[in-house]
Each structure stands twice: as C-alpha cells, then as structure tokens.
Design a protein around this ligand. Structure first.
Ligand SMILES: [Zn+2]
Length: 131
C-alpha cells in the first residue's frame, strides 16, 4: 500500500487492486483501514456466519467461479479424454492431429483396467513383430 502525499492535504492509502487488462494499479483511495477502494472490495466484510466461513474455506476459490471439487472433476475429465485419445491413435481408430499441449496430470488414475489391457496388447504386438 502506497501513501498518496499531496501538499496541504490529508494522507490516504491507495487501493491495492491491479487491473487485469492493463496491469496498472487502481488509483482510487482505499477505504479507511482497508487495502482496497469501494469498487475493489474495500467495504466487503467477507463471510460472516460460521457456515459461510467454513464453506469459503472448503471451496478454496480464487475468483469465485469454481471450487476445488469442480477443478478436480474437470482435471479427471480431461485425463479420461487424453487416455482415450492416445489409445484411439495407437489402434488406428483416430487419425490427424493429436491434441496439443501438456498431458493432463491424472492420466494414471483414470481407466486403469483399460490402460493395463492396452499395455498388454502393445507388448504382445511387439512380441509378434520381433519373434
Ligand atoms: Zn480500487
């Protein structure tokens, strides 16, 4: 928090919010005793009830649009798609461009029996081609 100093004026703190679009700091004056201006949550009291505080802690949201459970489910979903895609390309069912980018973290945790079956099939195929 920086302090705006003007001659012959009272000192006040500047809002700590940063604009996502421009990367610049908000120039508004912070609410007394708070980090932010009124527009950036300076008047917010946060969760007040015990249930609300527990819910907020459990959700662990960054911006309030999703929860840790939702992120987990989405991560598992993309891992399922990635596993099915890799098997599809390996058996010749899919052609063309593969999905670009880093593979999902949880690929080892989805469809374990399918992946084991696929590994066995690959090994047998390699045995047949060499022997
Ligand atoms: Zn602000």
């Amino acid at each position: 928090m920086t302090t705006i100093e003007q001659p012959h004026a009272t000192q006040c703190n500047r809002c700590a919010a940063v604009f996502k679009a421009t990367g610049q700091r908000c120039t508004a004056i912070a609410v007394t005793g708070r980090r932010n201006c009124l527009r950036h949550g300076g008047a917010s009291t946060g969760p007040r009830t015990e249930a609300g505080k527990r819910r907020c802690a459990a959700a662990r949201t960054v911006h309030g649009q999703d929860t840790i459970a939702m992120r987990q489910e989405r991560s598992l979903g993309s891992a399922r798609v990635a596993v099915l895609e890799s098997i599809g390309f390996a058996i010749g069912l899919l052609r063309g461009n593969k999905t670009r980018g880093r593979r999902p973290n949880q690929m080892n945790e989805v469809f374990p029996e399918l992946q084991a079956m696929f590994q066995k099939m690959i090994l047998e195929r390699a045995k047949h081609s060499t022997g």
